[in-house]
Design a protein around this ligand. Structure first.
Ligand SMILES: [Fe+2]
Length: 294
């Protein structure tokens, strides 16, 4: 059973336990989440200065849209201010900044009506982040920049929390992805030729659940949950932000969500930064964690 909790009065340990059990946690907009929204809007306005960014896709050819969305996403991810606001969000939620690490924050640009579904606007098929070499100890934090419509959000498939689905994660190697896949993202137009891990059987639609959040409201869930980009039928581009966290104690004690069907190679742990000072995870901890996985 997967429980949905709104603004739970959890400490960080209780929150992680709940999430590793498959629960979904929803949080109202905090001051720092509001700051992240405004921060993102600044970048978005810079990329699309003369039009409503959520409608900009209807005013330019797809190539021009890619030229704007690609640098927009990179700027948001690489900006120091973005990382500092995420540290504030984690502090607001009672995370231990010395033991909590987060990976690079991302800005997602999901266009409507199939305008752009590859590369910088890749519409993720159903996947668990763990199929992309994320650790089972990873938690995903997801928040929209603008209020969402049901036809604009993400699909969750909680029915697969405890049930396997045949998939191609055994073909996924994170090192290869970094060397080839990411660099190809800005060159992908209508077809995405990167080697994403994919389901190899039909995802049962009856299990689909959608969370329709308002600007800055936050959904937190375990990386092992099956989820996808819902086809955007809203008539507006979705701009959303996400980042992932791991807690040092979960890595050293090998706590996390159960792994039921993930066979990916490698780890994303070297991408994570300590919330307090943005230092990487010590290599010996990563090696120890991977040794436990093997
Ligand atoms: Fe994902």
């Amino acid at each position: 059973m997967n429980i949905v909790r709104l603004n739970p009065d959890f400490n960080d340990q209780e929150r992680r336990s709940s999430l590793f059990g498959g629960d979904f946690l929803l949080y109202s907009r905090t001051p720092s989440a509001a700051a992240l929204v405004e921060h993102a809007k600044g970048f978005i306005k810079e990329a699309f200065p003369s039009t409503d960014p959520q409608k900009a896709q209807y005013e330019m050819p797809v190539e021009q849209f890619i030229e704007k969305a690609g640098p927009l996403k990179s700027k948001f991810t690489n900006d120091l201010g973005t990382k500092e606001i995420i540290r504030s969000i984690l502090a607001e939620h009672g995370c231990d900044l010395e033991k909590t690490y987060f990976d690079v924050p991302r800005l997602r640009v999901v266009t409507s009506d199939g305008f752009l579904t590859a590369g910088v606007g890749y519409a993720y098929k159903a996947h668990r982040d763990t199929w992309y070499s994320s650790p089972e100890a990873q938690l995903n934090w997801w928040l929209p920049v603008y209020d969402l419509a049901p036809g604009q959000t993400m699909s969750m498939y909680p029915g697969y929390w405890a049930n396997t689905i045949k998939n191609s994660s055994n073909d996924f190697d994170y090192d290869e992805w970094c060397n080839v896949g990411r660099r190809m993202a800005t060159t992908q137009g209508s077809v995405d030729t990167r080697k994403h891990p994919l389901p190899q059987e039909e995802v049962q639609p009856a299990t689909e659940t959608r969370f329709v959040l308002r600007s800055g409201e936050t959904l937190v869930f375990a990386a092992a949950h099956l989820h996808a980009t819902a086809p955007n039928t809203s008539g507006q581009t979705r701009f959303s932000m996400d980042f992932r966290t791991v807690h040092l104690d979960d890595l050293t004690s090998h706590q996390g969500a159960p792994n039921i069907d993930n066979h990916a190679i490698g780890t994303t742990l070297r991408d994570f930064l300590r919330a307090s000072d943005f230092a990487p995870i010590p290599e010996e901890i990563i090696e120890q964690y991977q040794g436990q996985e093997a």
